[in-house]
Design a protein around this ligand. Structure first.
Ligand SMILES: C[S@@+](CC[C@H](N)C(=O)[O-])C[C@H]1O[C@@H](n2cnc3c(N)ncnc32)[C@H](O)[C@@H]1O
Length: 223
C-alpha cells in the first residue's frame, strides 16, 4: 500500500543513490530553517530535475517566479554557462534576503538577480526594460496568479522556451471544480489556459515523495 511513509523512503533511497551529497545545499536548507522560512522548496530530486531540464535545453536565460530561500534557484543556476543569467522574483523581502545569502554561499551571485516585490509588477518592469526572451521559466509562487504568470511567461518566450509550473495537483484537489480554495481555482484556470493556448503544447504529471502528493506541468512554446 502506498503511504506517505513509503514515498518518503523511496525518495530517500533515490536521493541517496542519484543526488550527490552537497554541503552547500544542505547549508541552504539549514539556513532556511533557521530563518523560519516554510519548507516548501522543491525536493532534492525535483531540484535536480530542474537542473537537468535546464542542461537538456542548454538554457542561458532562466526566469523563476517564487524564490523562497533560493533552493530551486541554485539548482537551476548551476546549469547555466559562464555568461548565463537567472532572474528570480520574490514578494517577501525576508525570503529574498535569505535567498541572497544562500546564492552568495553557492557562488552564484554573478549569475542570479533577485527582484523583490509583487511578481506581476516585476514582470511588467522586465517588459518595460525590454528583457530578452528566456529559455526556461519556472512558475512557483502564489497559485491564484498562475494564469497571469503563464500569460507573462508566453510574452517572455521564444519558440522552444520551456515553461514549468509546480504544485498543480494539490493532493488531488485539482479535479474539484467546486473547490473554494483560490489556489486550486488558480491551478485549474492555468490548466485550462495550457489546454486552450495554441502557442504552447504541454503535459502534467503527478508526483509523490517527501513533499507529499502533488505534481508539475511542463510545456514547450511552439510559436
Ligand atoms: C513555493 S515557494 C518557492 C519555492 C522555491 N521555488 C524553491 O523551490 O526553493 C513560493 C514563494 O513565492 C513567493 N510569493 C508568493 N506570492 C508572491 C507574489 N505575488 N509575487 C512574488 N513572489 C510571491 C513566496 O513568498 C514564496 O517565497
Amino acid at each position: 500500500m502506498s503511504t506517505l511513509h513509503t514515498w518518503e523512503k523511496v525518495d530517500a533511497y533515490l536521493t541517496e543513490r542519484l543526488i550527490q551529497q552537497d554541503s552547500i545545499l544542505d547549508r541552504v536548507l539549514a539556513n532556511n530553517k533557521q530563518a523560519d522560512l516554510p519548507a516548501i522548496d522543491v525536493a532534492p530530486n525535483q531540484g535536480k530535475l530542474l537542473n537537468l531540464y535546464a542542461r537538456m535545453i542548454g538554457a542561458e536565460r532562466i526566469l523563476e517566479i517564487g524564490t523562497l530561500g533560493g533552493y530551486s534557484t541554485i539548482w537551476m543556476a548551476r546549469a547555466l554557462p559562464e555568461h548565463g543569467k537567472l532572474i528570480t522574483l520574490e514578494l517577501d523581502p525576508h525570503h529574498a534576503s535569505v535567498a541572497g545569502h544562500n546564492i552568495a554561499l553557492a557562488g552564484l551571485s554573478q549569475k542570479v538577480e533577485i527582484r523583490v516585490g509583487e511578481a506581476l509588477e516585476q514582470l511588467e518592469k522586465l517588459e518595460e526594460e525590454g528583457t530578452a526572451a528566456f529559455d526556461l521559466i519556472f512558475i512557483d509562487a502564489d497559485k491564484p496568479n498562475n494564469p497571469h504568470y503563464l500569460q507573462w511567461a508566453l510574452r517572455f518566450s521564444r519558440p522552444g522556451t520551456v515553461i514549468l509550473a509546480d504544485n498543480i495537483v494539490r493532493k488531488g484537489e485539482v479535479t474539484n471544480r467546486h473547490s473554494t480554495d483560490p489556489r486550486v481555482q488558480g491551478v485549474r484556470k492555468f490548466i485550462d489556459l495550457l489546454a486552450e493556448e495554441p502557442r504552447i503544447t504541454a503535459t502534467a504529471v503527478q508526483t509523490v515523495g517527501v513533499k507529499g502528493y502533488d505534481g508539475f506541468a511542463m510545456g514547450i512554446v511552439k510559436s
